[in-house]
Ligand binder design. Structure first.
Ligand SMILES: [Mg+2]
Length: 117
């Protein structure tokens, strides 16, 4: 599906940016699949974002949910976003790697900002 591949390309670019900037992060997989015996297995926490980051210098939590250009948050993701933000964390709904780069440009004292390169 075209939209899915767009999201995957965007996610790959974001993961590469985070890796190059040495930002502590991990892929946060959630989903479900059918087993060969007809069972249904869910994994991960519903609504949690595609990528989680822990930021210098204070361990700030950043969740990045990757969407294609027409994508939008589902109910579980909206709920998770609200909970993360209520705890002082940051949520980015990223439709391009630029959405993530712009965040780091504006993040206070970020060692990852372009102005520090
Ligand atoms: Mg996503």
């Amino acid at each position: 599906m075209a939209t899915k591949s767009t999201e995957k390309v965007t996610q790959a670019a974001i993961l590469e940016f985070l890796r190059l900037k040495k930002i502590f992060h991990w892929r946060n997989n959630t989903g479900a699949y059918k087993t060969q015996t007809g069972g249904f297995v869910r994994y991960g926490t519903p609504g949690s974002p595609d990528i989680m980051c822990i930021l210098k210098p204070n361990g700030h939590s950043l969740g990045i949910e990757v969407k294609d250009v027409k994508g939008y948050l589902n109910a579980n993701q909206k709920d998770f976003k609200e909970r993360l933000e209520a705890e002082g964390g940051t949520w980015i709904t990223a439709k391009s790697v630029d959405d993530v780069i712009e965040f780091f440009d504006e993040y206070p004292n970020s060692p990852h900002s372009r102005i520090h390169e």
